[in-house]
Design a protein. Structure first.
Length: 443
């Protein structure tokens, strides 16, 4: 998820997540071009793999990197590159299908139509090692390293996610970040849509599909907010809730509803008449993000004081390691660096003092639901893009009720994969289905 922290004292934004944009991400790339968003400058990188005892390799990125990989892993990198390219080609078919108006009721249908479903049903370990005959060394070092970098999870995640992860590492294309953080994409999209009225400091507490007095079916939302100075034009009724900090309860009517946030984290939201089979208990990966402005200790990594410490460190799967990845996140004008560390548990202050010789600033983010635990799982357990609510009414239901419409749930996509581009694909799918529903309603 895109999450940019303001850091005025450093003069650079801190992207806690969702920093990389793949060159074949059509939607994200089009937003960057449309709004002329500045890309982050590339800097010379040194890639290292840390196992807790030492670096298994330290490779400068450049023309010799492929040679070093082939020397260490044989033909395995070539097999993986081909697999990544094939998966990306299949995923990219969605752009033309959506341009033609195609949409899907469920993630399972989407992945079936793209020829990607089988990849979601097998672990990355089984897919790469057993089915593609990739060397275990390559899988446990680089494939695993990339998945920990992107998802803080190992190769037990489904194969499609790991292929996406490898694409996000630059295999099969190029990768870039944005100089001012990825949340500016959402900000630019909102600013470019004058008809959108964002409701800040507002919590949706209830969604009902109700028949109105005129016999039509609309969604009624109950919202609670602290700020009573701004009212939306379609607020039909308001009441005051006493006790504790006062909230204004508002009841608003809409033709369509899209839920973009995971239902697993929406504890205050009640979907009236939701099916009992709706899965709202998918496990999520807790991730801790630590930003440090300072200098890395070469001695901590067993290197001579004058040695260059890798600017991007991957790790092997080792629960005793204090971090999953460590990398230079930004370079400051005074020549110092901001480092970003991912970990599965908080990193103790004493450990940070060992990893860094100096620490000028430290920022921490505890992310309970950074992304789903992306293990292979049957589609029967996946939420659908459409959530059908049993309709309600103030009195008796209409004798000849009009057709009902579902809520659109873009978070359903995260059962199979979690990244910015696939969430935009899910959002486009929701827009297409709403367009079709409203067109049918108008006719």
């Amino acid at each position: 998820r895109a999450h940019t922290l303001a850091a005025a004292e450093l003069g650079v934004p801190l992207d806690a997540g969702a920093t990389a944009i793949f060159s074949r991400n059509l939607y994200l790339s089009s937003f960057v071009e449309r709004f002329q968003l500045a890309k982050a400058r590339d800097a010379a990188q040194v890639l290292g793999l840390w196992d807790g005892a030492g670096f298994r390799f330290r490779w400068p990125e450049g023309s010799l990197l492929p040679v070093r990989m082939l020397s260490r892993y044989g033909l395995s990198p070539l097999r993986v590159i081909k697999a990544v390219s094939t998966a990306v080609d299949r995923l990219c078919k969605v752009y033309q299908l959506q341009a033609n108006g195609r949409s899907w009721a469920s993630p399972g249908e989407l992945f079936e139509s793209l020829g990607l479903y089988n990849l979601t049903q097998v672990s990355a370990y089984e897919y790469f090692e057993t089915m593609l005959h990739v060397s275990p060394k390559f899988v446990r070092e680089l494939v695993d390293g990339a998945s920990r970098d992107n998802y803080n999870q190992d190769g037990h995640i489904n194969a499609f996610v790991d292929l996406v992860s490898l694409a996000g590492a630059g295999i099969g294309g190029s990768v870039f970040g944005l100089a001012n953080g990825t949340t500016q994409i959402a900000e630019a999209l909102l600013a470019s849509s004058p008809k959108i009225s964002p409701r800040l400091a507002t919590t949706v507490t209830k969604v009902e599909h109700r028949y109105t007095d005129s016999g039509s079916a609309r969604f009624r939302l109950t919202t609670a907010r602290d700020d009573r100075s701004v009212r939306a034009p379609n607020v039909s009724k308001a009441s005051f809730e006493s006790g504790g900090r006062p909230n204004l309860l508002e009841y608003e009517s809409y033709d369509a509803v899209v839920i973009a946030t995971p239902l697993e984290t929406s504890h205050r939201l009640e979907l009236v008449g939701a099916p009992s089979a709706l899965n709202t208990s998918r496990p999520y990966q807790q991730t801790y993000v630590t930003f440090v402005c300072g200098s890395v200790s070469a001695a901590y990594f067993g290197l001579p004081a004058a040695s260059a410490v890798p600017t991007e460190m991957l790790t092997v799967e080792n629960t005793s390691l204090p971090f999953s990845t460590l990398a230079v996140h930004a370079s400051l004008q005074n020549g110092s660096h901001v480092f970003k560390l991912f970990s599965r548990r908080p990193i103790d202050e004493a450990v940070l003092d060992q990893i860094f010789t100096t620490r000028h600033r430290t920022r921490r983010v505890d992310w309970p639901a950074a992304y789903t635990r992306l293990l292979p799982s049957p589609t029967a357990s996946w939420p659908q893009f459409e959530i059908w609510l049993s309709p309600t009414a103030d009195g008796d239901l209409p004798r000849n009720p009009p057709p009902t419409r579902p809520i659109l749930y873009t978070g359903a996509m995260e059962s199979a994969v979690s990244c910015m581009e696939t969430q935009v694909i899910a959002a486009k799918n929701a827009a297409l289905r709403i367009e079709a529903q409203l067109s049918q309603l108008a006719s």
